[in-house]
Design a protein around this ligand. Structure first.
Ligand SMILES: CC/C=C\C/C=C\CCCC/C=C/C(=O)SCCNC(=O)CCNC(=O)[C@H](O)C(C)(C)COP(=O)(O)OP(=O)(O)OC[C@H]1O[C@@H](n2cnc3c(N)ncnc32)[C@H](O)[C@@H]1OP(=O)(O)O
Length: 300
């Protein structure tokens, strides 16, 4: 099915028609076939799978800033689903193919001046991305090789482990408050699960974007490495996680994340309606427009 048709299907049903994000059977180790590398790609995500290691790398390639548009989110979910259903894949490293940017977060143009139907479709796609990634049976490692505000930070937070490149120009955080918008409860829950309540509370209220050292200090990222070592370090961490039996790790992950996942699943439609009424407010639209103008002015 083509991406637009899938997006429409997601809008109708609220889920990708590719399989279930819930109650999957535990993953089995890959079969002992000869070493093999495979790659597949769509417009937004490049996937390379090293079958001998059981590890895939998903590289975001949506220049200029890897914003999470409806197309991006759809392609991301399709790629993740493919890997999830591939017995040869036990772990995935998420990173960016765009220099200096991991992801600039939700595509603001998807939230400005659009119809109610569009907002619903977009928001279901954002939910779907998070549900699939947070509940993934695979080990997920974020190799944060660039700035990562808001939705970009959410992707990193949703992984099992985060490694960030030490670069003074990169920042990461849930900065929604700076845009005059509010991080939804499941963004907040994911953040709290990583950094704890006190740090999350001040960081969210201030809409803080943290430098790499600060992000490390507050536990937002697990480690910092020089940029040129990021890929190797992500691979090493992945090997360490994959050394454990899948079933024990997967059941533990489910135990740790279930309450937060269940909360969105139980309130999914209500969350879509909240998003629509919030984002449709004229004051919110004005804030977003001003923010976009500020981004453009910054360039000139
Ligand atoms: C009660 C509550 C109930 C429900 C909740 C309701 C709603 C709210 C929930 C919404 C949650 C939102 C989450 C988000 O992710 S919002 C997005 C936040 N993102 C940002 O703030 C990042 C903005 N961008 C930047 O800071 C910089 O662009 C960045 C990433 C540091 C890169 O800088 P640089 O390399 O200098 O590039 P430019 O700034 O020049 O940008 C290039 C180009 O891209 C455009 N752009 C940047 N970011 C976005 C974006 N997120 N969406 C769309 N477009 C983006 C930018 O405008 C430039 O465009 P141009 O045409 O000028 O080339």
């Amino acid at each position: 099915m083509a991406a637009p048709a899938l997006a429409r299907c997601m809008a109708r049903t609220g889920v990708l028609p590719l399989g279930q994000a819930w109650g999957r059977a535990p993953r089995l180790p890959p079969s002992p076939l000869p070493a093999q590398r495979r790659a597949f790609s769509n417009n937004k995500v490049l996937v390379e799978l090293d079958e001998s290691a059981g590890v895939a790398t998903m590289k975001f390639k949506s220049p200029p800033v890897n914003s999470l548009s409806l197309d991006f989110l759809t392609e991301f979910c399709i790629s993740l689903e493919k890997l999830e259903n591939d017995r040869a894949c036990r772990g995935v490293i998420l990173t960016s193919a765009v220099p200096k940017i991991f992801s600039s977060g939700l595509d603001i143009t998807e939230m400005c001046g659009k119809s109610t139907e569009h907002y619903a479709e977009f928001w279901r796609a954002v939910q779907e991305m998070w549900l699939r990634l947070y509940s993934s049976n695979m080990v997920t490692v974020a190799a944060v090789n660039g700035s990562s505000p808001a939705g970009g930070c959410l992707i990193a937070l949703t992984c099992d482990y985060r490694i960030m490149a030490e670069n003074p120009k990169f920042s990461i955080g849930l900065n929604e408050a700076q845009l005059g918008i509010v991080a939804p409860f499941w963004f907040k829950d994911t953040f709290v699960n990583v950094v704890g309540h006190r740090v999350a509370e001040s960081s969210l209220q201030l809409g803080s974007l943290h430098s790499a050292p600060e992000a490390h200090r507050i536990g937002l990222v697990d480690e910092l490495v020089p940029e040129e070592k990021l890929k190797d370090r992500a691979t090493a961490v992945m090997q360490q996680w994959l050394a454990l039996p899948d079933h024990a790790r997967q059941l533990t992950k489910t135990m740790m994340r279930k309450a937060v996942l269940d909360r969105l699943v139980a309130h999914r439609e209500e969350d879509v309606q909240n998003f629509i009424s919030f984002i449709s407010k004229e004051s919110i639209q004005k804030s977003l427009r001003m923010y976009m103008e500020m981004l453009k002015k910054k360039k000139s």
